[in-house]
Design a protein around this ligand. Sequence first.
Ligand SMILES: *Cc1c(COP(=O)(O)O)cnc(C)c1O
Length: 352
Amino acid sequence: MSRFLNSRYSALEAYVPGEQPQDKAYIKLNTNELPYPPSPEVLAALGKGALEELRLYSDPACGRLREKLASFYGCKKECVFVSNGSDDILNFAFMAFGKNGAAFADITYGFYPVFAELNGVAAKIIPLRPDFTIDPRDYYGLNRLVLIANPNAPTGVALPVEEIERVARQNPDGVVLVDEAYVDFGAQSCVKLTRKYDNLIVCMTYSKSRAMAGARLGFAIANPSLIADIDLLKYSTNPYNVNRMTLLCGEAALDSEAYYREKCALVAKTRDAAAKELQEMGFYVLPSKANFLFVKKDGFCGERLYKSLKECGILVRHFKAERIRDFVRITVGTPEDMDILLENIAQTAQGR
Ligand SMILES: *Cc1c(COP(=O)(O)O)cnc(C)c1O
């Protein structure tokens, strides 16, 4: 740290992303990417003409993509905000709506506490129940920025839409942000509720179900006045925050709904099969509606399992937080990836 850094940031603990090895040496089950490539329409989206246009700035309003997302999700264009990954939207939400503080679970997306700290937003941390479910009643009457990842990460556990609706209704004076990064793998979306509740934002991403983590594209759907607030912050920081290539790929992906629906269904099927096998091997597996499994086994140290799998060429994610240190989070890969994983876990168990 230099002596020039604003003291406001000297205690900031940055988010630690999962490992991103730059070789192909691993079966990569650690950052919840889709194991399949983007759709054929996306692969064809960037011709020579599009690349030549890179000399021009991108459309700061992201007009065409917002139009397409609006018709895809059945809302008005004014209800859609597009961003450089959904992490950006989360940051804007803390900036814009965190005046009275924020509230989120003790076990949830690790970026929330970082954004709270970064923006000087006081955070109320609400413990999950012993079975790692959210008790929605803990979120009533908070009237500050409430963040709920649904399905939650890294647990994969989802809440029904009616429960989230109650949280929105019980916090009329606070914004409720539902982070639906994993919704396409089997949970229910709250998008429709954004028409009814002027305090509800639904945040989604192309990084997981649309196989575009490397393109950095996220979006939010909410009442137009909330979108206008986030827009104010975007235009005050980086108006061209989504590049031309990503915009074109994002538009093309919306022409491929059948492709993505099929891949998400395949991932869900692979997930459920792997969950069953892990349970048969004696693992405790949280019921996941996401594209990952959160698992532990008595007598297995989470960190040791992570390390021994890494030695076998398989990357999974381990978190050091006290309550979940026994677990590992396993992204659902192809059926072949999962076979190799399960075989290695079985061997690890034997060699113990
Ligand atoms: C992956 C993830 C995001 C954000 O991903 P981006 O790549 O920035 O769009 C947001 N929330 C949760 C819970 C995630 O797991």
